[in-house]
Design a binder for this molecule. Sequence first.
Ligand code: ADP
Length: 402
Amino acid sequence: MSKTPHALVLNCGSSSLKFAIINGQSGESIFSGLAECLGERDARLKWLFNNEKTKQDLPEGASHQQAIDSLVALIHQFELTELITAVGHRVVHGGETFTQSSLIDNDVKAAISKVAKLAPLHNPANLVGIEAAQKSFADLPQVAVFDTAFHQSMPEHAYLYALPKSLYRDHGVRRYGFHGTSHSYVSGEAAKMLQKPLDQTNVITAHLGNGCSVAAIKAGKSVDTSMGLTPLAGVVMGTRSGDIDPGIIYYLTETLDYSTQQLDNLLNKESGLKGLSEISNDCRTLEEAMFDGNQAAKLALDIFCYKLAKQIAAYMVAVGRLDALVFTGGIGENSDYIREQVINQLGFLGLELDDAANVAARFGAAGSICRNDGIQALVIPTNEEFVIASDALRLAQLSEEK
Ligand code: ADP
C-alpha cells in the first residue's frame, strides 16, 4: 500500500459516528463506515473495505468511545494504522471564533464548547468524538474543520438580521451559514474548470442534499448564504421548511398550542418536501411518484425548484457578476429534472440548458450542462471528507514543522 499520508475523518452526531480514511492526495476513501444507534439497544457498526460491505453489532448501548475502540481494532486488523498521520473532525458550529480549521488543543475544545449553545444537538456530540479520538489516537494531531468557517467572510449587511442589535452583540444571533466545506470545495473546483484564478471567480453554489443551502461566492469568498443562525433557514429541504413567515410561529404557539418541542419537530422533521408531498422527503422517490402521475409530488418539487431559482436570482445582487452556477450534493449531482427546472427559470441570466449534457451528468459526467457562452451551469460532485482530510493533513504538517 502507498505511503501517501492519509487522514482519518470523523463526523460525530448525537447517536452516530461516520468515519473514513482518506488519501490526502487523491481524495480516495480506502475504508469508510458508520456506527449508528449509539446509546441504544441495537448499536451497530457498518463499513466498506476492499469493496466489501460488513456489519457488526456493538455491545448494547455502546458509547462513542466504544464505537471508536471497535474502529481502532478494525484499523489494526486491516493494517492501516501506519498510514494515518492525522485525524480530522467535522465540527458543525464554529461561531465567530473559527474562520478556518484549527489544530485541536484545550483552548480550541473550550471554544467549541462555548459556541455549543448555538448548536446544542451537534457541538456536544462533536466534542464527545474529539475526546474519544484523542484517547484512542493519542499520538496523532487532531484537527477541527467547521461547517461555518467558510462563511465567516460574509459582510455585516449579509449576516445581520433586522432585529435589535443587542441580540447579536449579547447573544450572537446572526447568520452563520453551514455546508461551508462543500461550498468552498466546489467553488475551488469550479474555478479550475473555468480556468480562472479563484480570486477572480464569482459563483453561486447550490448544495442540495437532505439539507440544502445556496451560497454567493465572490472572488473565492462567501459573501452570503441561505442557512442562518441554524441550518433551518433558506431554501426548501428534505424535511426542513426553509424560510417561512416568522409570524407562523406565533400562530402555531398561540392559536394551535404548539410547544417548542413540537415546533422543532414540525419545522425540522415534518416539513420541506416531506410535508408538502405527504409522501417522502426523498427527491428520487418524489420524481418517481411524479412520473407516475402523482400531483402532490409534482407540486412539492415545483415549490422546491421555484424557491431555489428565486434564491439563486437573489444572489446575483450579492455577486454582481456571475461566472457559474454550481449544482452539488445528492440532488444537485444526480437529478437532471431538478437542474432542468431551475435553469429554465433562470433563462433571463442567459442560461440555456444542454439536455444531453444534463442527462449525462446524472451518470457522473461532471462539467458544464449549458450550451450558451457567458454564465455557465456546472455539475460538480462535492467531497467534504476530502476537504476535512486535506485540512487535517496540512495543519498536522505545519505543526510538525514548527
Ligand atoms: P445528505 O445531505 O444526507 O448527505 P445526499 O447529499 O446524499 O444527502 O442527498 C440525498 C438526496 O439526493 C435525496 O433526496 C435523494 O433522493 C437525492 N438523490 C440521490 N440520487 C438521486 C437521483 N438519481 N435522482 C434524484 N434525486 C437523487
